[in-house]
Design a protein around this ligand. Structure first.
Ligand code: NAD
Ligand code: DAU
Length: 340
């Protein structure tokens, strides 16, 4: 008998990559995508799997207790993977409330429903940002101190604490994954890599925060999705698993590489005011998941960045369609405020 898995936030960047990967080959599992479709959610991302007989979509907010519970009963859900979140650090600096509502209260709601209905496999998709910022050396391990610095990371850290507390208090089978920066197809073009690709293609300025020397540890999205699946199936209850690609890069390195790949001049780079509270460096120690669950990244950065650029080159209409309304309003206001 396969599982009936509730995938929340399945219409976003990582959730849709996860669903496409899982649904690519036949399996006994059924996937129910529960997503409220915010500015970052898009059912277009799932058009190639929407007709599969083991895929269903429910337009529901994770904060809506009655509706989430009834979806869980309808499909006899026995596992939850919670991708749903407000995910953009800059937005959390400009307006933090939606982050608390979805990331904290929404997660609490899912946990309560899982507890009531005895749904005994709950995976929380979390982030390395809960550990705060590193200096020039070291890497985050699962037992590193939780020291979130932005409203986004504070909301994700709060959710992680709630997940842990439900495992500890009620004996539920809960797991947490904490991944570094993802990149790949269908990433909303507010995040560094797709934003820079689109701006370069359109000969617009490439806004680099501060001195551009902040470091992120990059992982191709399908590798993250494989890690999540591995932890969901085989991870130990109550434990945290870091997921990362051992691929540290300064932001400016990435921006310059993309300009070279696209064939556009460095003069498009525009240094702007820094993001308030900007974390200096992230790096993940992935030794636990590699040794205990045999996971390792399959896609090198040089292959992943080529595949990503090709995808954005071949899907310009996707970017044009998602960059509308609320996105444009935020973009103008935010980058207007960062102009030097
Ligand atoms: P995203 O912003 O692209 O997608 C989020 C999805 O969640 C959207 O489909 C949106 O409609 C949905 N959603 C938001 N609020 C909701 C609500 N209240 N109810 C139901 N659905 C809701 O985000 P992403 O980059 O795909 O991130 C997915 C998860 O992975 C998040 O939990 C994020 O914190 C985590 N994460 C992201 C990264 C990264 O680099 N993007 C790295 C580590 C962890
Ligand atoms: O580390 C995991 C996290 O990675 C996830 O939890 C978040 O959901 C995800 O958004 C991402 O957070 P970051 O803040 O690291 O990602 P972002 O793409 O917004 O920024 C990456 C780096 O690039 C960061 O140092 C800020 C910088 N940047 C970003 C933008 C959008 C710029 O210099 N200019 C920009 O215009």
């Amino acid at each position: 008998m396969g599982n009936n898995i509730l995938v929340t936030g399945g219409a976003g960047f990582i959730g849709s990559n996860f669903l496409r990967d899982r649904l690519a080959s036949p399996s006994g599992d059924t996937f129910i995508n529960l997503d409220t479709i915010t500015y970052a959610g898009n059912l277009e991302n799932l058009k190639e799997v929407s007709e599969k007989e083991n895929y269903f979509f429910e337009k529901v907010n994770i904060e809506d207790e009655t509706k989430v519970e009834s979806v869980c009963k309808k499909y006899k859900i026995n596992g939850i993977i919670n991708f749903a979140a407000e995910s953009h650090v800059d937005r959390s600096i400009s307006d933090s409330k939606p982050f608390i509502n979805t990331n904290v209260l929404g997660t609490l709601n899912l946990l309560e429903i899982a507890r009531r209905l005895n749904i005994d496999n709950f995976l929380q998709v979390s982030t390395d940002e809960v550990y705060g910022s590193l200096g020039k050396t070291g890497a985050f391990a699962e037992n590193s101190q939780i020291q979130p610095n932005s409203p986004y990371s504070a909301s994700k850290a709060s959710a992680d604490h709630l997940v842990h507390s439900f495992g500890h208090t009620y004996g539920m089978n809960v797991k947490i994954t904490r991944c570094s920066n993802n990149y790949g197809p269908y990433q909303f073009p507010e995040k560094l890599i797709p934003l820079m690709i689109n701006n370069a293609l359109e000969d617009k300025d490439l806004p680099v925060y501060g001195d551009g020397k902040n470091v992120r540890d990059w992982l191709y999205v399908s590798d993250h999705c494989d890690g999540i699946w591995e932890v969901f199936l085989n991870g130990n209850s109550g434990e945290v698993y870091n997921i990362g690609g051992d691929c540290e890069k300064q932001n400016i390195e990435i921006v310059e590489l993309l300009l070279d790949m696209i064939g556009k001049p460095k003069s498009l780079i525009k240094y702007v005011k820094d993001r308030p509270g900007h974390d200096e460096r992230y790096a993940i120690d992935n030794s636990k998941i590699t040794s205990e669950l045999n996971w390792k990244p399959k896609i090198s950065f040089s292959d992943g960045i080529k595949m990503t650029l090709d995808w954005y080159l071949n899907n310009k209409s996707w970017s044009n369609n998602v960059r509308s309304g609320a996105y444009l309003e935020f973009y103008e206001k935010w980058y207007g405020g960062l102009a030097k």
